[in-house]
Design a protein around this ligand. Structure first.
Ligand code: FAD
Length: 403
C-alpha cells in the first residue's frame, strides 16, 4: 500500500489548480448566472494535456495512471462542476470506453483526436422514458446493408451542443431485452442528427446539457462498438469509469466548500468571537474534512484497482455514492455557515449547493448505488471479469503503434 502521490501527480495537481484559479475561478460566477458554457476552456484543457490524461501516449494521450484522472477531476470541480462534468463525459464515459472496447481502427479514428482534445466526446444513454431503467430505452438501430439506421431521442446529455462524437445506445433487437442493446459511435455531422440545450437547470448552469435526436441517421457498420448485443455491458463498463470521475470531482466540491467556509469562519464574528470558535460550526467543518478524507480514500482505492486492470464496479459505486452524498452535505453546510449571505450569489457556496445535486442523480442515483451495495453484501450481485477490460497501468508500449 502506498498513499503517496508521485512527483508527476503533484505537478499535475498544481498545473490544474493554477489553471482553475486563474482561468475559471474569476469568471465562473458570471458564466454560471448567465448560463454560459465556454468552449475556449475545452481548448485550454487540451493544450494542458488534460483531455486524455490517462489515455496511452500511442493514442494521443498523456499516458498517466487512472488516479491522475481523479486528481484532474478533483481540481476542476474545486472551480466548478461544469468543466469536471465535461471531462467526465469526454474521458470517463467516452474515451476510456473506446480504449476498452474499440477496434484499432476506431481508436485511431476517434480516440486519438479525442485524447488530443481536437475532438470532444459525449455519452448518450438516458432517454425521456429511460434513466435508471436502461432497458426501457426506445432508440432503435436497424441494419441496412453496410449501415445501421438510427431513430430516437436521448435527453439530459452533457455536451449535447458541443461534442463531435457521441456513444449512443440503441436496440438492435428489442426481443432480447438487455442483450439486444448495441453501442454506436455517432458523429454530429451525420445527416439526421440534431441537438437542443435544456435551459434553467437547478445547477451546473455553466455546463451544456440537453437533448440529442436521431432522424434516420445512417451510421456505418464500422461504428458499431463491440458486438451487436453488447451495448448494455459496454454502457455499464463506461459507467465504472464515469462514476470514478464523478466521485473524484465530489472531493473537489468538498474542498471548495471547506475553503470558503474556513475563510468565512475567520471573518464573521458573533457573540464576540469568530464563528469558527463555536462548537456547532466546528462540527460542520469537521464533517466536511471527514467527508473529504473518506471520499478520497474510496476514490484512490478504485483508481488503484483500475491501475491493476481488475474489475472495480463495486468499489467505484461505493466511492461515487458516498463522495456525492458527502459533497451535497458539505455544500449544504457551507451555505449554513455563511448564514443569509450564503443564500445569495455574494459567495460561491450557493452555486456549490446547486451544483452538488446533479451528481447525486446522474451516473446512478443515490438509491441505485444503495441497492447495489446492499446486493453485493447480501450476495445477490457478483461481478465477473469482462471480455474486454481497461488496460492496466503502466500501459504496455506497442512499438507498432504511431506515437
Ligand atoms: C446535469 C445532468 C447531466 C446528465 N448527463 C448525462 C449524460 O451525459 N448522458 C446520459 O446518458 N445521461 C445523463 N444524465 C441523465 C442521468 O444519468 C439520469 O438522470 C439518471 O440516470 C436518473 O435517471 P432519471 O432522471 O430518468 O430518473 P429515474 O430513473 O426515473 O428515477 C427517479 C427516482 O426514482 C428512483 N428509482 C428509480 N428506480 C429505482 C429503484 N429500482 N429503486 C429505488 N428507487 C429507484 C431514483 O433513484 C430517483 O430518485 C444527466 C443528468 C443530469 C441531471
Amino acid at each position: 500500500m502506498n498513499f503517496d502521490y508521485s512527483e508527476e501527480q503533484v505537478m499535475l495537481r498544481s498545473t490544474v489548480r493554477n489553471f482553475v484559479d486563474k482561468e475559471i475561478m474569476p469568471y465562473i460566477g458570471e458564466w454560471d448566472s448567465k448560463g454560459l458554457f465556454q468552449p475556449h476552456i475545452m481548448k485550454r484543457l487540451a493544450e494542458l494535456g488534460l483531455m486524455g490524461v490517462c489515455i496511452p501516449e500511442s493514442y494521443g494521450g498523456s499516458g498517466m495512471d487512472y488516479n491522475s484522472l481523479a486528481i484532474v477531476c478533483e481540481e476542476l470541480e474545486r472551480g466548478d462542476t461544469a468543466y469536471r462534468t465535461a471531462v467526465s463525459v469526454h474521458t470517463g464515459l467516452n474515451s476510456l470506453t473506446l480504449l476498452q472496447w474499440g477496434t484499432e481502427e476506431q481508436k485511431h479514428k476517434y480516440l486519438t483526436p479525442q485524447a488530443k482534445g481536437i475532438k470532444v466526446g459525449a455519452f448518450g444513454l438516458t432517454e425521456p422514458g429511460a434513466g435508471s431503467d436502461v432497458a426501457a430505452i426506445s432508440t432503435t438501430a436497424v441494419k441496412d446493408g453496410d449501415h445501421y439506421i438510427l431513430n430516437g431521442q436521448k435527453t439530459w446529455i452533457s455536451l449535447c451542443d458541443i461534442a463531435d462524437h457521441f456513444l449512443v445506445f440503441a436496440y438492435t433487437d428489442k426481443s432480447k431485452k438487455h442483450h439486444g442493446i448495441s453501442a454506436f459511435i455517432v458523429e454530429r455531422t451525420m445527416p439526421g442528427f440534431s441537438s437542443k440545450a435544456i435551459k434553467n437547470k437547478l445547477g451546473i448552469r455553466a455546463g451544456n446539457t440537453g437533448e440529442i435526436f436521431f432522424d434516420q441517421v445512417k451510421v456505418p457498420k464500422e461504428n458499431l462498438l463491440g458486438k451487436e448485443g453488447e451495448g448494455f455491458k459496454i454502457a455499464m463498463s463506461a459507467l465504472d469509469n464515469g462514476r470514478f470521475t464523478v466521485a473524484a470531482g465530489a472531493c473537489g466540491l468538498i474542498m471548495a466548500s471547506l475553503e470558503a467556509s474556513v475563510k468565512y469562519c475567520h471573518e464573521r464574528k458573533t457573540f464576540g468571537k469568530e464563528i469558527g470558535k463555536h462548537q456547532l460550526v466546528q462540527q460542520m467543518i469537521a464533517n466536511m474534512e471527514a467527508g473529504l478524507q473518506m471520499s478520497r480514500l474510496l476514490v484512490f482505492r478504485a483508481g488503484e484497482l483500475k491501475n491493476k486492470g481488475v474489475r472495480n464496479t463495486r468499489e467505484t459505486s461505493l466511492a461515487k455514492w458516498q463522495a456525492c452524498d458527502f459533497a451535497n452535505k458539505a455544500a449544504d453546510d457551507a451555505v449554513q455557515i455563511h448564514g443569509a449571505y450564503g443564500y445569495s450569489d455574494e459567495y460561491p457556496v450557493a452555486r456549490y449547493l446547486r451544483n452538488s445535486k446533479a451528481p447525486v442523480i446522474y451516473e446512478g442515483t443515490r438509491e441505485i448505488h444503495t441497492i447495489m451495495q446492499a446486493e453485493y453484501v447480501l450476495g445477490y450481485r457478483t461481478d465477473k471479469p469482462l471480455n474486454e477490460m481497461l488496460p492496466s497501468w503502466p500501459f504496455q508500449v506497442d512499438s507498432n503503434l504511431p506515437v
